[in-house]
Design a protein around this ligand. Structure first.
Ligand SMILES: CCCCCCCCCCC/C=C/C(=O)SCCNC(=O)CCNC(=O)[C@H](O)C(C)(C)COP(=O)(O)OP(=O)(O)OC[C@H]1O[C@@H](n2cnc3c(N)ncnc32)[C@H](O)[C@@H]1OP(=O)(O)O
Length: 300
């Protein structure tokens, strides 16, 4: 099925028609076949699977800034679902193929001047991405090799472990307040689970974008490495996590994340309606338009 058709199906049903995000059987270790590498790709995400290690790398490739458009989100979910159902894959490293940018967050053009139906479709796709990634049975490591505001930061926060490249130009955080918008409760819950309530409260209210050292200091990222070592370090961390039996790790992950996941699952449609009413306000539309203009002016 093509991405737009899948997106429509997600909009109707609220889920990808590929399988279930919930109640999956625990993963089994990969079979002892000869070492093999596989790659598959769509327009937005490149996936390389090292079957001998049981590890895939998902590289975002949606220039200029890997914004999370409806197409991106749909293709991201398809790629993740493929890996989730592949017994040869036990872990996934998320990173970017676009220099200097991990992801610029939700595509603002998807939230400006569109119909109510479009907002509903887009928001369900954002929810789906988070539900699938946060509940993934695989070990998920974010190798943050560029700036990562708002939705980009959410992707990193949703992983099990975050490693960021030490580059003074890169920043990360949930900066929604700076755009005049509010991070939804499940963005906030994910953030609180990583950095704790006090840090999350001030960072969210100020819409802070943290430099890499600051992000490390507040626990937003687990470690910093020189850019050229990021890939190797992500691979090493993955090996460490995969040394444990899958079932024990998976059950522990579920135990830690269930309450937050259940909260969105229980209020999914209400959350879509809240998004639509919020984003449709003329004052919010004006803030978003001004923000986009500011981004463009910054260039000239
Ligand atoms: C009661 C409560 C109810 C709550 C209900 C919910 C409320 C709504 C919740 C919405 C949550 C939103 C989450 C988000 O993710 S919003 C997006 C936030 N993102 C940002 O603020 C990042 C903006 N971008 C940047 O800061 C920079 O672009 C960046 C540092 C990423 C890269 O800088 P660089 O200089 O390399 O590139 P440019 O700035 O020149 O950008 C290149 C072009 O890309 C366009 N662009 C950038 N970011 C986005 C984006 N997020 N969406 C769409 N387009 C984007 C930029 O305009 C440039 O375009 P042009 O080349 O055409 O000028």
């Amino acid at each position: 099925m093509a991405a737009p058709a899948l997106a429509r199906c997600m909009a109707r049903t609220g889920v990808l028609p590929l399988g279930q995000a919930w109640g999956r059987a625990p993963r089994l270790p990969p079979s002892p076949l000869p070492a093999q590498r596989r790659a598959f790709s769509n327009n937005k995400v490149l996936v390389e699977l090292d079957e001998s290690a049981g590890v895939a790398t998902m590289k975002f490739k949606s220039p200029p800034v890997n914004s999370l458009s409806l197409d991106f989100l749909t293709e991201f979910c398809i790629s993740l679902e493929k890996l989730e159902n592949d017994r040869a894959c036990r872990g996934v490293i998320l990173t970017s193929a676009v220099p200097k940018i991990f992801s610029s967050g939700l595509d603002i053009t998807e939230m400006c001047g569109k119909s109510t139906e479009h907002y509903a479709e887009f928001w369900r796709a954002v929810q789906e991405m988070w539900l699938r990634l946060y509940s993934s049975n695989m070990v998920t490591v974010a190798a943050v090799n560029g700036s990562s505001p708002a939705g980009g930061c959410l992707i990193a926060l949703t992983c099990d472990y975050r490693i960021m490249a030490e580059n003074p130009k890169f920043s990360i955080g949930l900066n929604e307040a700076q755009l005049g918008i509010v991070a939804p409760f499940w963005f906030k819950d994910t953030f609180v689970n990583v950095v704790g309530h006090r840090v999350a409260e001030s960072s969210l209210q100020l819409g802070s974008l943290h430099s890499a050292p600051e992000a490390h200091r507040i626990g937003l990222v687990d470690e910093l490495v020189p850019e050229e070592k990021l890939k190797d370090r992500a691979t090493a961390v993955m090996q460490q996590w995969l040394a444990l039996p899958d079932h024990a790790r998976q059950l522990t992950k579920t135990m830690m994340r269930k309450a937050v996941l259940d909260r969105l699952v229980a209020h999914r449609e209400e959350d879509v309606q809240n998004f639509i009413s919020f984003i449709s306000k003329e004052s919010i539309q004006k803030s978003l338009r001004m923000y986009m203009e500011m981004l463009k002016k910054k260039k000239s």
